[in-house]
Design a protein around this ligand. Sequence first.
Ligand code: AQP
Length: 333
Amino acid sequence: MTKRILSGMQPTSHLHLGNYLGALKNWVGLQDEGECLYMVADLHAITMPYDQDTLKQATREIAAAYIAAGVDPDKASLFVQSSVAEHSQLMWLLATMSQMGKLERMTQFKDKAGKDAERAGLGLFSYPVLMAADVLLYQATDVPVGDDQKQHLELARDIASTFNHRYDTEFFTLPEPMIKGGATRVMSLRDGTQKMSKSAESDMSRINLTDDADLIVKKFKKAKTDPHPVPDSIDNMNERPEAKNLITIYAALADRSAEQVIAEFGGKGFGDFKKALAELSIATLAPITERMNALLANPAEIDAILEKGNARAREIAGPVLKDAMKIMGFWQK
Ligand code: AQP
């Protein structure tokens, strides 16, 4: 079976180094391995308070980031989730076979709902069901994501199995998570125990793909570390979350192992290491930022790419939804 690869990112804010190293970088390498569909997940983006005046532009910015990072719109289909109505339709069908108890165990919901879960929206609670619909609608075989999405993908597989079992069919493909690379969970620069996140309050906690060189230098310079030199062994690194995070980022950017980074910098002061890390980040991100800005100067071109992707997405999604509904016993022409 040829691979069908699907993934997406939410237009909640600017993409950051975690999104790039955990997911986007891998997407680029997958373009020759099967049919790739890369979505801007705008329906997910409204599960938390958002700004209606910037959503459209944020959607274009995410698409521009995909292309600037190396996704080729002639090879992969780039599309907008809300433009393919079947996502919401399939979600409803799958919601009827998704268990509340399992949804309650999702750590992202707990993190995002915070202490006041009673006031959290149903959309945030049912986010993983929409994500299951996103993936199953395309009969995706592989889903390249960062480590934080592993639990949601396991639930998507679970929902697909429930459907197949309930209707005695093998209709839905069970998607495989693809969690690859040295930096599957990049942590905050302010707290090595928290994931780097678009929506974290402090902008100093993340490196955005839109940051300029000066800001990148400043953010790494101020990144939290401990008073000791750069770890000189993996064991020592593993005990120090902030140091581990910076070494992991360096290794992923340089396509080297943590051992190799430790061999070069271990025992030295953090000042020099952070300088080298900033230089490496700038060398990787500056060309991406430049291409992104050039693309954003021509929104009509981005819109045309998304329209083409939307058409391909609808072409796949329409028949899958129809067949799923037939299996469920709905009246269908
Ligand atoms: N810190 C991270 N390290 C590695 N991978 C990460 N991803 C996110 N954060 C990290 C991966 O990036 C892809 C897109 O994520 P998303 O837009 O769906 O949102 P998210 O996972 O909830 O990530 P954010 O950046 O923290 O966004 P907000 O703050 O809006 O919730 C996914 O493949 C994800 O695994």
